[in-house]
Design a binder for this molecule. Structure first.
Ligand code: CMC
Length: 389
C-alpha cells in the first residue's frame, strides 16, 4: 500500500505513550515515575516501588501499610491449585510452571477478572502480587522434591518468600537480614523497564480485552527467552562452561567475536542502553557486598569481572557499544543466596510483575487504547491459479 513502514524488532516505532518509566539509553539513565533508580534502590522497598509504578506517586505510610496488609491476606493458594503442581513433571522448568500456574489462576477467579472493572483490576493485582512468589517457591520446591510450606503472613514480603524457598517442615527458618535486603534491592532493580519484549507482550495480550492473569502468563513466557530475562540463567551457564572447559576468558571472547556457532556474550548488550546499564552498575556493586555478607567466595564472580574487563577494552564491543546489562551479575548473587540456576528468571519475573501490571493498567485506563495489530509487508507469491480451477 506504500503506507506501511518496515521496522523489524520495533526499533523505531513507539506503540504507546507512557508515564511510567523513563530511559535515556545514551546516558545510562533509568527513572521510575521520575525517581532515579539509584535512589529507589537505596531508600525504598519492593512493595513501595510497586505502588509507585502502579499509582504514580510514593505511598503514604498508611497507604503502604494497607497495601502490604492486603497482599499478606491473599498469599494462600487454593488447595486445588496446589495439586496442579503434582500433574507436572519434576523436571519442568520453573518458568513454564510459573506461567502455567498463573494462567490456571484465571480459572479460579473467573468471576472477578473483568479487565474493565476497577475493583476487579485492583483485586487481581493484589492476588498476583501475593500469589506469584508462592507459586514461584512451589515451583522451586517441586523441582527439588521438597514439601510445600504454607505462607507465614507475619513475615514481610521478601522474608515470606525466602522462607517458602529455603525453609522446611522440620525446623524453624532463620531470617538472614543480609539476604532479605539484597533480594529486595534486586527486585526493585527489575520492577520496570518500559516497552521491553515481555511488557509489550503483556500490553498486546491485554489490548484484546483478555484478563490480567492471561496477560501476565504470556509476559512470563516472553521473559523466559535467553535474549530477555532468560539471560541471567544463560550467563551463569556461560561462566560455568568457561570455568569447566578451561579454555580461558580471552579465548572465549575471541569465539564470540568470530560469532562461532552464534555464540554471544550473554549479559552484554541492550537494545536501548548504548552506555553502561545503570542497573548493572548497582548489581555489580552489590555482588561483592552480598557475597562477603553471606560468607560466599565464588570463582564465577572473578571470571565475570575478568570477562567484563576484557570485553570493555576490546574494539568489537566498543564499536558496537556493548556493555554489561542487568543480567550479567545477578546470577552470581542468586547462586550465592542458594537459588538453583533455573530459578533465576523466575526471580526476574517476580521483580517485573509490578511493571507489567502498571503498563496493563495504564493501557486499560487510556481512552486511546486500541487492539494491538502490527502491519506487515507482503512479499509472497502474487495471485496464482489452483491446478484445474
Ligand atoms: N555478544 C556479542 N555480540 C553482540 C551481543 C552480545 N551479547 N549483543 C549484540 N551483539 C552484536 C550483534 O551480533 C551485532 O553485531 P553485527 O553488527 O556485527 O551484526 C551488534 O552487536 C548489534 O546487535 P543487535 O543484535 O542488532 O542488537 P539488538 O538490539 O537487536 O539486541 C540484545 C539486543 C540484548 C538482544 C543483544 O545485545 C543480545 O543478544 N545480548 C545477549 C543476551 C542478553 O544479555 N539479554 C539480556 C538483555 S537485558 C535484560 C532483559 O531484557 O532481560
Amino acid at each position: 500500500t506504500g503506507l506501511t513502514a518496515l521496522d523489524y524488532g520495533f526499533v523505531n516505532t513507539a506503540s504507546t505513550q507512557s508515564e511510567i518509566t523513563y530511559i535515556d539509553g545514551e546516558q545510562g539513565i533509568l527513572r521510575y515515575r521520575g525517581f532515579p533508580i539509584e535512589q529507589l534502590a537505596q531508600h525504598s522497598t519492593y512493595l513501595e516501588v510497586a505502588w509507585l509504578l502502579l499509582y504514580g506517586s510514593l505511598p503514604t505510610a498508611d497507604e503502604l501499610g494497607e497495601f502490604d496488609e492486603r497482599i499478606r491476606r491473599h498469599t494462600l493458594l487454593h488447595e486445588d491449585l496446589k495439586r496442579f503442581f503434582s500433574a507436572l513433571p519434576h523436571t519442568a522448568h520453573p518458568m513454564s510452571v510459573l506461567s502455567s500456574a498463573v494462567s490456571a489462576l484465571s480459572t479460579f477467579y473467573e468471576d472477578s477478572s473483568d479487565p474493565h472493572d476497577l475493583h476487579d483490576i485492583e483485586l487481581t493485582m493484589i492476588r498476583l502480587l501475593a500469589k506469584l512468589p508462592v507459586i514461584a517457591a512451589y515451583a522451586h520446591k517441586k523441582s527439588i522434591g521438597q514439601a510445600f510450606l504454607y505462607p507465614d503472613n507475619s513475615l514481610s514480603f521478601v522474608d515470606n518468600f525466602l522462607r517458602l524457598n529455603f525453609g522446611n517442615m522440620a525446623e524453624p527458618y532463620v531470617i538472614d537480614p543480609v539476604l532479605s535486603k539484597a533480594l529486595d534491592r534486586l527486585l526493585i532493580l527489575h520492577e520496570d523497564h518500559e516497552q521491553n519484549a515481555s511488557t509489550s507482550t503483556v500490553r498486546l495480550v491485554g489490548s484484546t480485552g483478555a484478563n490480567l492473569y492471561a496477560s501476565i502468563s504470556a509476559g512470563i513466557q516472553a521473559l523466559s527467552g535467553p535474549l530477555h530475562g532468560g539471560a541471567n540463567e544463560a550467563v551463569l551457564q556461560m561462566l560455568a562452561q568457561i570455568r569447566d572447559s578451561g579454555e580461558g576468558v580471552a579465548k572465549f571472547v575471541e569465539r564470540v567475536k568470530r560469532k562461532e556457532d552464534g555464540v554471544k556474550l550473554m549479559g552484554f548488550g541492550h537494545r536501548v542502553y548504548k552506555n553502561y546499564d545503570p542497573r548493572a552498575r548497582l548489581v555489580k556493586e552489590s555482588a561483592d557486598e552480598v557475597l562477603a555478607g553471606l560468607g560466599v567466595n565464588d570463582q564465577l564472580l572473578d571470571l565475570a569481572k575478568e570477562l567484563e574487563q576484557i570485553a570493555l577494552e576490546d574494539d568489537y564491543f566498543k564499536e558496537r557499544r556493548l556493555y554489561p546489562n542487568v543480567d550479567f551479575y545477578t546470577g552470581v548473587i542468586y547462586k550465592a543466596m542458594g537459588f538453583p540456576m533455573r530459578m533465576f528468571t523466575v526471580l526476574f519475573a517476580i521483580g517485573r510483575l509490578p511493571g507489567w501490571m502498571a503498563h496493563w493498567r495504564e493501557m486499560n485506563l487510556d481512552p486511546q487504547t486500541k487492539i494491538g495489530r502490527p502491519q506487515q509487508l507482503y512479499v509472497g507469491e502474487p495471485e496464482r491459479r489452483y491446478p484445474g480451477a
